[in-house]
Design a binder for this molecule. Structure first.
Ligand SMILES: Nc1ncnc2c1ncn2[C@@H]1O[C@H](COP(=O)(O)OP(=O)(O)OP(=O)(O)O)[C@@H](O)[C@H]1O
Ligand SMILES: [Mg+2]
Length: 229
C-alpha cells in the first residue's frame, strides 16, 4: 500500500513582485516499508519537498495523500497532529534540547502524547538501547559526540513508532564512521518494517536505500531501484 502519494506538487514563494517556483510538479509514490533516498544538488528543492512530506509546510498546488488521506489543504493545527502521530524527523543539526539528558530528549514526543511517565521512560530507554546508547541515558547533548547526538535524535524520532521516518542530510555534520553508524541504524529500522525517506546530496548515502529519486530544479528527473550486492 502507498503510504505517500504526491500528485503534481508545486511550491512557489513570492519574492518581491515575482514568484519563485521551487517545486514544479512533483509526483511520487512511496510504499509502506520502502527505503527511499531523495537526491539532488544544492538548491534543487530537497528540503522544500521534505517540509511538505513532513507536514511542516503545505504545497501551493497539487495533492498529498498520506495513508490515503488528502492532507494538502490541512490547517496548521491538523498538520501538527499528523506530525506528532505519524512522522519522525531527523535533521542535519540534531535539534536536541541542551538542558535535557538523552532519556528526557527521547521521551519528549511521548510526553506530548500524554503517555504516563513510567512508560515514557521505558520506551525511551528501549529506543536508546536500539541505537546503541543504553549506557548513555543520563548524558546531556554536550556530553555526547556528534554521532551519539544524532543517534539520540533517531531514538527520539522513532520512540512513538511513527509510520514515516524522514531524515534531511542526517549525516551532514558527522565524520564518515559516525555517518556509517547512522546509516546502519536506518537499514536495521527498514529491515524491521519502518518506512524511511532520506534526503541527501551524497550518492554513497543514497545507495543504502532501495530506491533513489533524483530531483533537479524542482522536478523529478529519475527514479531508480538500487540493487544491493
Ligand atoms: N522560504 C523561502 N522563501 C523563498 N525562497 C525559498 C524559501 N525556501 C527555499 N527557497 C528557495 O528554494 C530553493 C530550494 O531550496 P531547498 O532548501 O529546498 O534546497 P535543497 O535542495 O534542500 O538544497 P541544499 O542541498 O543546499 O540543502 C532555493 O533556491 C531557495 O533559495
Ligand atoms: Mg536542504
Amino acid at each position: 500500500m502507498a503510504l505517500i502519494e504526491m500528485e503534481q506538487i508545486r511550491k512557489s514563494y513570492k519574492m518581491g513582485g515575482d514568484y519563485l517556483e521551487v517545486l514544479r510538479g512533483i509526483s511520487l509514490s512511496i510504499d509502506q516499508g520502502d527505503y527511499v533516498a531523495i537526491m539532488g544538488p544544492s538548491g534543487s528543492g530537497k528540503s522544500t519537498l521534505m517540509h511538505i512530506l513532513g507536514c511542516l509546510d503545505v504545497p501551493t498546488s497539487g495533492h498529498y495523500f498520506l495513508a490515503g488521506k488528502d492532507i494538502s489543504r490541512f490547517q496548521e493545527s491538523k498538520l501538527a497532529t499528523i506530525r506528532r502521530q505519524q512522522i519522525g524527523f531527523v535533521f542535519q543539526s540534531f535539534n536536541l534540547l541542551t538542558a535535557l539528558n538523552a532519556l528526557e530528549n527521547v521521551a519528549l514526543p511521548l510526553l506530548y502524547q500524554g503517555t504516563p511517565p513510567r512508560i515514557q521512560r521505558e520506551r525511551a530507554k528501549e529506543a536508546l538501547t536500539l541505537v546503541g546508547l543504553g549506557d548513555r541515558l543520563h548524558h546531556r547533548p554536550s556530553q555526547l559526540s556528534g554521532g551519539q547526538q544524532q543517534r539520540v535524535a533517531i531514538a527520539r524520532a522513532i520512540v512513538s513508532n511513527p509510520p514515516l521516518l524522514l531524515a534531511d542530510e542526517p549525516t551532514g555534520n558527522l565524520d564518515s564512521h559516525a555517518g556509517q553508524e547512522v546509516l546502519s541504524i536506518f537499514t536495521r529500522l527498514h529491515d524491521s518494517g519502518q518506512t524511511v525517506v532520506v534526503i541527501t546530496h551524497d550518492a554513497q548515502i543514497a545507495h543504502h536505500a532501495n530506491r533513489i529519486i533524483q530531483i533537479l530544479d524542482g522536478t523529478i528527473v529519475s527514479s531508480q531501484e538500487v540493487t544491493h550486492v
